[in-house]
Design a binder for this molecule. Structure first.
Ligand SMILES: NC(=O)c1ccc[n+]([C@@H]2O[C@H](COP(=O)([O-])OP(=O)(O)OC[C@H]3O[C@@H](n4cnc5c(N)ncnc54)[C@H](OP(=O)(O)O)[C@@H]3O)[C@@H](O)[C@H]2O)c1
Length: 276
């Protein structure tokens, strides 16, 4: 079984570079998906309160052969739980639903600038981290201005920013800002809904390496030092997506894939998104 490399956080902890996400997996299928992912070799499960499947995550952790301390568990505070008291209630609820004493990472899911509570929410996460409810704290979907404000007003940078990145949406400026603050960039929907599977540079690299387009794209992320979370309910694809550590893309292949960036989002724009 391939072991996934770790990426260090600036707080002294570390995260598996490649993980398994459970967005859109129905509650009654989540335990089986998590169990299978862990038994396939994943050691990071990325959940969120809003995914509605934390009980399934709990069951999957129990059913797998892997010890709790070997699994990195992430959850997120949803948009309607911003503010000191609600954020705390959200983390308490997730701890209970997932059935763990401590989470490895808790993220603010979206900044929701229109309600202007993300700094207070961040202060609440700092307090809870200091109390030991989670080991590390980070954010998701934060743009450069949101990160700058957190750092200016609290003096503490997130360890990680989970953002949408795929070959058609590469976000080089935001990645550079994260690098400058030692914030790990973690890519969500890393396959970009398969929209670049047929692009020439992906097809050419797949043909040269004997790998699938999905594997080429995941490898591209890894070579850019991103942390990545992928998802499949299909055990064969779970294994395929983990089998990306035995080949390397050339500099020319990396450059050709860089040329596919057209700034196309699959998800919402974080500067305006406010779904509650
Ligand atoms: N922070 C945020 O706002 C945010 C937003 C979105 C997602 N996320 C997180 O990021 C995780 C990953 O994003 P995602 O769920 O969109 O994952 P993804 O891996 O980019 O896409 C998953 C989809 O691709 C298919 N797929 C997976 N592996 C494949 C392969 N090798 N070849 C062809 N198709 C493949 C899956 O279908 P099958 O299941 O049928 O294989 C599924 O429909 C989420 O699960 C969630 O944890 C976070």
């Amino acid at each position: 079984m391939t072991s996934t490399p770790l990426i260090d956080f600036h707080d002294g902890h570390s995260i598996p570079q490649l993980g398994f996400g459970i967005w859109q997996i129905p509650q009654d299928e989540t335990a089986a998906a998590v169990e299978s992912a862990l038994n396939t070799g994943y050691r990071l499960i990325d959940g969120a309160f809003i995914y509605g499947n934390e009980a399934g995550l709990c069951e999957g952790l129990k059913r797998s052969d892997v010890a709790r301390e070997e699994v990195f568990v992430t959850t997120k505070v949803w948009n309607d739980a911003h503010g000191r008291d609600r954020a705390r209630a959200s983390v308490d609820r997730s701890l209970k639903s997932i059935g763990v004493d401590q989470l490895d990472l808790v993220l603010i899911h979206w900044p929701v600038p229109s309600q202007d509570l993300y700094v207070e929410t961040w202060e609440a996460l700092i307090e809870m981290r200091n109390e030991g409810l989670m080991r590390s704290i980070g954010v998701s979907n934060f743009n450069a201005d949101h990160l700058a404000r957190l750092i200016k007003e609290t003096g503490e940078a997130p360890v990680l920013n989970q953002i949408e990145i795929n070959p058609q949406l590469q976000q080089p400026e935001l990645r550079a800002v994260c690098d400058a603050h030692r914030i790990v960039v973690q890519a969500w929907t890393p396959l970009g809904s398969g929209k670049s599977f047929d692009a020439e540079p992906i097809k050419a690299a797949a043909a040269r390496t004997g790998k699938s387009p999905a594997q080429v794209i995941l490898r591209w992320h890894l070579q850019l030092d991103h942390a990545v979370i992928t998802r499949s309910v299909n055990p064969r694809r779970q294994a395929e997506n983990l089998d990306v550590f035995d080949f390397t893309l050339t500099g020319d292949e990396m450059k050709a894939i860089a040329g596919l960036d057209v700034g196309l989002r699959n998800g919402p724009d974080p500067s305006v998104f406010k779904l509650m």
